[in-house]
Design a protein around this ligand. Structure first.
Ligand SMILES: [Zn+2]
Length: 296
C-alpha cells in the first residue's frame, strides 16, 4: 500500500485525535503543571513528537462546524495530517438551533471536496451526557450518514450508552462504512457493527485497570478490523506499572498511540509489529482517500 509498508517498516497511525489548541488548554488543570505549557503543547510540537515516536499519520477529528477552518489550517500545513468534518452528538442541539439542515449539508459537502478531508466525524449518539437532546442527535446523525453516502466517505462514530440506537440507525444506511471510535467493550455491539462491515478503534482505555469488559472483548475483534487512536487530549494511556495512574494525569497526545498498540499486543499476545501493521493497513483501507493522497 504505502512505500513503507512495502518495505515492511511498520509505523503507527493515530486514527482519532483532537489537536485544537483550545482542547489542550481545557485539560491543563488536570495535570502536568509544566510552566512551558504553551510551547510544549503547541500543535507543531505535538505533531513533531508524534512523528519522532513513529506515528507517521494522524487523523484530526472535527466536532462542530466552527472548527472546520482551524482543522483545515493544520492539515493543510502537514502532509501527514488528515481531517474529518462533522457534528458531535453533544453539539447536535446547538447546531439544530443555529443552522438549517441545508446549511449544515452545504458546509459539510463543501469541506468534503477537499483532498485532505477524508471522512465525516465524529458523529453518533451520546445518552450519557445528554438524553434530552436524543431526537436532535438522531436527526443530525441521520443527516450526516446521508452525506457520507453522498460524498462516498467513511464515518467516525461516537457511541456512548446508545449502542442499540446507533446500530439501528447504521442499519438504515447500509452503504456507509466507518469506524466505531473509542470502543468501550460491549461485545454485542461489536458483533453487530462488525457484521455491518465496520472497523473498531481501541483507545488508551485498553491500558486502564478497570477496563475489564474491553479487555475481554478485544479478542473478538479480528485484527483486520482493528484501528488504534488516542482521542487526544483525552484518555491518556496508563502504561507505567511502576507508577500506576500517574501517566493518566498527563495531557494525551498522538505520540502516545504507541502505548495503545503496546497494550493491545500484550493483551492479545501478538507481536507489536503485527498490531502496528494491521492497524495502519486498516486505516488506509477505510480512509481510502488518505491512501490515495499519500500514493499520489
Ligand atoms: Zn473524539
Amino acid at each position: 500500500m504505502t512505500t513503507s509498508m512495502q518495505n515492511n517498516e511498520e509505523f503507527l497511525v493515530d486514527s482519532h485525535c483532537h489537536l485544537l489548541f483550545s482542547h489542550f488548554k481545557s485539560v491543563l488543570p488536570r495535570g502536568d503543571a509544566s510552566s512551558d505549557f504553551d510551547e510544549k503543547y503547541a500543535v507543531d510540537a505535538v505533531i513533531k513528537r508524534a512523528v519522532d515516536a513513529n506515528v507517521k499519520y494522524m487523523l484530526l477529528i472535527g466536532t462542530e462546524l466552527s472548527d472546520v477552518s482551524e482543522l483545515r489550517d493544520i492539515s493543510d500545513k502537514y502532509d501527514n495530517v488528515f481531517r474529518t468534518v462533522g457534528i458531535h452528538p453533544l453539539e447536535a442541539a446547538k447546531h439544530h438551533q443555529l443552522y438549517s439542515f441545508d446549511e449544515i449539508s452545504g458546509a459539510i459537502r463543501d469541506n468534503c471536496k477537499h483532498v485532505k478531508s477524508v471522512g465525516i466525524g465524529e458523529i453518533g449518539l451520546d445518552y450519557h451526557y445528554e438524553r434530552e437532546s436524543k431526537n436532535q442527535q438522531k436527526e443530525i446523525f441521520n443527516l450526516q450518514l446521508g452525506l457520507a453516502k453522498e460524498c462516498d466517505l467513511p464515518v467516525s462514530i461516537h457511541s456512548r450508552e446508545a449502542s442499540d440506537d446507533v446500530a439501528d440507525i447504521l442499519k438504515d444506511h447500509p452503504s456507509v462504512k466507518g469506524v466505531i471510535h473509542c470502543f468501550s467493550g460491549e461485545k454485542r455491539f461489536a458483533e453487530k457493527v462488525l457484521d455491518m462491515g465496520f472497523y473498531i478503534s481501541i483507545s488508551g482505555t485498553i491500558t486502564y485497570k478497570n477496563a475489564i469488559e474491553l479487555r475481554n472483548s478485544l479478542k473478538y475483534i479480528p485484527l483486520d478490523r482493528l484501528l488504534i487512536e488516542t482521542d487526544s487530549p483525552f484518555l491518556t494511556p496508563d502504561s507505567f506499572p511502576e507508577t500506576p495512574g500517574l501517566f493518566r494525569k498527563k495531557v494525551n497526545e498522538p505520540a502516545f498511540v504507541a502505548h495503545v498498540a503496546k497494550g493491545i499486543s500484550e493483551r492479545l499476545d501478538v507481536p507489536l509489529q503485527e498490531v502496528m501493521y494491521h492497524s495502519s493497513k486498516n486505516f488506509f483501507e477505510l480512509f481510502s482517500k488518505a491512501a490515495a493522497y499519500i500514493n499520489r
